[in-house]
Write a protein that binds this ligand. Structure first.
Ligand code: AMP
Length: 596
C-alpha cells in the first residue's frame, strides 16, 4: 500500500511517501521549510535525485496545495491513504484513528494541551481532506504510545479538582520512541518484549522514554512537551514555583512566562542559539555560557537515564536518536560517562565512528559493558506509514460478547517450590478443573507473607510451571506491603520477592505480579473477532452506572484456548461484577507488544 505521510509544523511541512508491505520502504521525501513572507525553502529526494531551493509558498495551505503537483513531477503515483502526525491525542486516542467528522472535533478539543503543535497538525488534516477527499486519512498520535504508563508515572500530586480537569502526564515523541525501541531490539536479535530499553531522543524537542518489555512505562515529557530535558528553545523541568516568583518579581503574565518557556529557553535561553552545532562550536572556542549549556544538557539527560534504569529495575539497552543523539558523539559521551556504576561503558572509537546510512543501528558499547548502547536514526514518518497500513488492514472487530472470569489471588508453582513448601516428592492434588483446557485448582493452599501482613489460603493453580508466579491484586499488594508491578504472565524478570509458606516449609521467591488483564482465545475465535495475538483492545464490561471500559487488554492467541477475559478482583469490584460476566469489544488499540 502506498501511503503519503505529513508532519506539519508551524513553520514547515515535511512529507514522505512509503510503500508498505513485509518491509516499509520510503519512495519519496519532501520538505517545505522556513515559511516566510514571499516563500519558503524546499528539498525533495527520490532515489539518487535530490533537489533543493526556494518556493513561493508562504504558509501551510499553499504548501499542501503544491504537494500533488510535486508528486506528479517526480512520478510518484498511486497514493492509497494519507497519514498525519498529530502531537496530542489526549487520554482517548490510544492508537491510530480515522480522521473524520467524528474524531476531528475531539482532537480539536485537545488544542489547549498542545497549543503550538496541534493547530498546525489539524490545519494539515483539513487541507489534506480537501485535496484528497476520496482517500482515507489516518492520524497517528505522539501521546498514544505512552498511554500504557502506570498511574504512578502519569499522576501529578496536585488537588483532585485539577486532576479531574485533565491535569496529568502524557509524554510525547511516542512514534519515535516506539520505532527506535523496536529497531534496537532487532539489532540485538531479541524481542522488544524481553528488553528494558531507555530511548533518548535528542532533537530540537527532546525526551527520554523508559520502554519496559515493549511498552512505554514513563516519559520525561508531561502534560505538554515542556517537561523534562533541556531542549532547543524549551526549558524542560522548572520548579512550578517559578510562575508565582516571576509574576511577583518581574510582573510577568502567565502567557508571557509560558511563551518564554516554550520559545526562549533551553539552549537558546542559555546561549542565544537553539542549534547544538553552534553551541558546541562556541563551547570549543571557550564561550563559558555555551560550556554551561552543554554540561547542563548532558547532566539532565544522564539523570533521566539513571532514573529510568531505577524505574525499570535495570536496563538492557540505551538508544540515542534525534539530530543531536544521532550526530553528536561528544554529547553521547558526556551523557554516558559516569554511568559505569550501572554497567554501561562506551567504546570511544565506535562512538566516534557512527555511520547511520540505510537504517543502520550500530552498537557503541565497550566489550565489557553489560548495557548495550545503540545509535539509530529515528524514522517517525516510516513508523506512521506502518501504523496507518496496519490500521487500515485490520477488519472491524466484532462486537460479540466475551465471557469474563474474575481471577482471585493465586500462585503457579515450580516443582522445586512444591518440594520446598510441601516436602520432597510431594505431588499436588488436582481439584476443580478450570476452563482453560488442562488447568486445575489444587486442593492444597499456601500463605503469602510480606512486611505489612499475610494472605492466607491462597489458591494453587496447576499444572506446575518452570518458574513460580504469584498473582495478586493491587489491594493485596498493599495488604502484603510489597509493590508488585503489573505484568503479563511469564514476564517475571525484576519482579519483587515474597515469602510463600506451606505446611513443610517456606520459600522466598521473586515472581510477584499484578497480572495484566488479558483475553485468552484460540485462532478460530480470534479470526472471527478480528483479533491478533499481542493486540491491545478495549472491552466494556457491565451496563448501568458501574459499567466500565477496560483499556489495554492484551489478546493472547493459543491453540485450544477457551475464549475468556481474565480480570482481577479489584477490577471486578470496580465494574460491579460479582462472579462471572460478559464483556464486549468496543474498539481496537494499536498492537504494542509486537511493535507494529
Ligand atoms: P532534530 O530536531 O532531530 O532535527 O535535531 C536538531 C538538532 O540536532 C539541532 O540542535 C542541531 O544542531 C542538532 N545537530 C544536527 N547535527 C548535529 C551535529 N553534527 N552535531 C551536533 N548537533 C547536531
Amino acid at each position: 500500500m502506498r501511503i503519503l505521510v505529513f508532519n506539519a509544523g508551524s513553520s514547515s511541512l515535511k512529507f514522505g511517501v512509503f510503500d508498505t508491505g513485509a518491509e516499509t520502504v520510503q519512495v519519496f521525501k519532501g520538505a517545505f521549510e522556513r515559511f516566510r513572507d514571499g516563500g519558503c525553502d524546499f528539498r525533495f529526494r527520490r532515489d539518487a535525485r535530490d533537489e533543493g531551493g526556494t518556493a513561493p509558498h508562504a504558509g501551510l495551505p499553499e504548501a499542501i496545495a503544491a504537494v500533488p503537483g510535486v508528486l506528479a513531477d517526480w512520478g510518484v503515483e498511486g497514493i492509497a491513504a494519507v497519514g498525519h502526525r498529530i502531537a496530542h491525542g489526549g487520554p482517548d486516542f490510544a492508537g491510530p484513528a480515522r480522521l473524520d467528522e467524528d474524531s476531528l472535533p475531539r482532537i480539536e478539543a485537545l488544542t489547549p494541551l498542545a497549543p503550538l503543535h496541534n493547530p498546525a497538525n489539524l490545519a494539515a488534516v483539513r487541507l489534506a481532506i480537501k485535496t484528497w477527499p476520496d482517500l482515507p486519512q489516518v492520524g497517528v498520535f505522539d501521546t498514544a504510545y505512552h498511554l500504557t504508563n502506570p498511574a504512578r508515572a502519569t499522576t501529578y500530586a496536585v488537588p483532585e479538582a485539577w486532576r479531574e480537569a485533565g491535569l496529568r502526564r502524557f509524554g510525547f515523541h511516542g512514534t519515535s520512541h516506539k520505532y527506535v525501541a523496536v529497531r534496537a531490539a532487532e539489532e540485538l536479535g531479541q524481542k522488544v518484549t524481553d528488553l528494558r530499553i531507555i530511548s533518548v531522543h535528542l532533537g530540537n524537542g527532546a525526551s527520554v522514554c523508559a520502554v519496559n518489555l515493549g511498552r512505554s512505562m514513563d516519559s520525561s515529557m508531561g502534560l505538554t512537551p515542556l517537561e523534562g530535558l533541556v531542549m532547543g528553545t524549551r526549558s524542560g523541568d522548572v520548579d512550578p514555583g517559578a510562575f508565582g516568583y516571576l509574576a511577583r518579581q518581574l510582573g510577568l503574565t502567565i502567557e508571557a512566562i509560558e511563551t518564554a518557556l516554550y520559545n526562549d529557553s533551553g539552549l537558546k535561553g542559555l546561549t542565544g542559539s537553539s542549534d547544538m552545532r553552534d553551541v558546541e562550536d562556541r563551547a570549543a572556542a571557550g564561550d563559558a555560557k555555551a560550556q554551561l549549556a552543554i554540561n547542563l544538557y548532558a547532566y539532565r539527560a544522564r539523570k533521566y537515564v539513571g532514573a529510568y534504569a531505577a524505574a525499570m529495575g535495570g536496563v538492557d539497552a540505551v538508544v540515542f536518536t534525534g539530530g543531536i543523539g544521532e550526530n553528536s558523539a561528544s554529547m553521547r559521551r558526556r551523557i554516558c560517562d559516569g554511568l559505569d556504576f550501572m554497567g554501561l561503558r562506551l567504546d570511544h572509537d565506535h562512538n566516534a565512528a557512527v555511520r547511520l546510512a540505510d537504517r543502520a543501528a550500530p552498537q557503541i558499547q565497550a566489550l565489557e559493558s553489560r548495557v548495550a548502547v545503540i545509535v539509530t536514526e529515528t524514522a517517525e514518518q516510516l513508523q506512521i506509514a506502518r501504523e496507518v497500513a496496519a490500521h487500515l488492514a485490520r477488519p472491524e472487530p466484532q462486537r460479540r460478547p466475551i465471557p469474563v472470569a474474575v481471577s482471585g489471588r493465586h500462585v503457579h508453582l515450580s516443582a522445586e517450590a512444591v518440594e520446598a513448601l510441601f516436602g520432597p516428592g510431594y505431588a499436588l492434588t488436582p481439584g476443580k478443573p478450570l476452563r482453560q483446557p488442562g488447568n486445575w485448582a489444587a486442593e492444597e493452599r499456601v500463605t503469602l507473607e510480606g512486611p505489612k501482613g499475610r494472605l492466607e489460603r491462597v489458591a494453587i493453580l496447576g499444572p506446575l510451571r518452570k518458574r513460580t508466579q504469584i498473582e495478586i491484586s493491587r489491594t493485596d499488594s498493599f495488604a502484603l506491603g510489597i509493590d508488585a508491578p503489573v505484568r503479563d504472565s511469564g514476564a517475571l524478570d525484576g519482579t519483587p520477592k515474597v515469602r510463600i509458606i506451606g505446611p513443610a516449609g517456606h520459600l522466598d521467591t521473586d515472581g510477584l505480579i499484578v497480572a495484566a488483564r488479558h483475553i485468552h482465545t484460540n485462532p478460530e475465535d480470534a479470526a472471527a473477532m478480528g483479533l491478533a495475538d499481542g493486540q491491545l483492545v478495549d472491552v466494556r464490561i457491565g451496563d448501568g452506572p458501574r459499567a466500565l471500559t477496560f483499556t489495554h487488554t492484551l489478546v493472547r492467541v493459543q491453540p485450544d484456548a477457551f475464549t475468556e477475559m481474565h480480570i482481577d478482583t479489584d477490577e471486578a469490584n470496580a465494574a460491579g461484577l460479582g462472579g462471572e460476566g460478559e464483556g464486549a469489544l468496543v474498539k481496537e488499540r494499536a498492537t504494542v507488544a509486537s511493535g507494529a
